[in-house]
Write a protein that binds this ligand. Sequence first.
Ligand code: GTP
Ligand code: MG
Length: 293
Amino acid sequence: MGGKNSKSELEPPLLDKEWRDVPQGDKAEYLEFVRGFEPFQPCHDEKNEDQHIRILLHGVTGHGKSSFINSVDTVLRGRMAGRALADTDGRKTFTKKYTTYKITKGARGTFYPFVFNDIMGLEKNEGVLEEDIKLAMMGHVKDGYTFNPHATLPTDDPHYNTNPSLSDKVHVLVCVVSANKIHLMDDDAVKRMRTVRLAASDMGIPQMAILTNIDVACPEVKANLRNVYKSKYVKEKMEVLSESLGIPLNCIFPVKNYHSEIAPNDDLEMLILMALKQMLNQGEDFVNDCKCT
Ligand SMILES: Nc1nc2c(ncn2[C@@H]2O[C@H](COP(=O)(O)OP(=O)(O)OP(=O)(O)O)[C@@H](O)[C@H]2O)c(=O)[nH]1
Ligand SMILES: [Mg+2]
């Protein structure tokens, strides 16, 4: 997807000014938004438990899904976290189980009113089947299910949730693509990601994308993350992603995940928080639209 960088090597890699209006506000304001984010009100016929926005991250293996969850966890808990088990190999599919990740908020046993699911890579013959992703979006896949690359989850399986509540369903679909591997994605992978996206569209589920590894892809961004919206390379990759998957540019967020750092980085955290805020807003809109209908 995307081919080689077509820009001349001689051109300066950075634009004079940011091509996207970067929202004003600092990390504290974004953190305040996330910390103040309220659980949605349950429908009258549902039990009042665990009302959360469910964010499903999908994409090809090794593009940074687990690392994004770990990064959000790190930002919100204020210390390095590694619960979603990022893999350093990135060639084989690593996330096999359908796992819901909650993020601890303050006192023990309390959690933020949003959760992440990190789904196994979309590899041909090896990864999760598109049909299973659709079942997950509809809330039919229970936590702990190990995806079978060769057969969909049968309705009589103990991990099949026959009666999903609104909380079990997916409220935002996030496609995760790495800026330094986007050109390696074959047409088949792109087609499968598009199919999943179209299925989400049919269900009215909002979609967005995050472009990870912007530090690896662009040395100027690695040197200073504030260059992200000045980087011609990152802009080009976001445009390629938008075109290939059919996701509008304003729903694509570049991020750099925590991966080897041992100290917090405010610029990195701002990018993570901007993406997270958009996910929460979109998820909340969807829940409000489909509640009790
Ligand atoms: N430098 C850098 N490395 C990253 C970034 N995001 C992820 N990585 C690294 O890329 C590798 C793969 O990331 P994962 O988060 O495991 O990828 P995944 O999409 O969860 O992969 P599967 O679970 O196999 O589908 C890990 O070594 C991460 O540390 C990033 O933004 N920048
Ligand atoms: Mg993973």
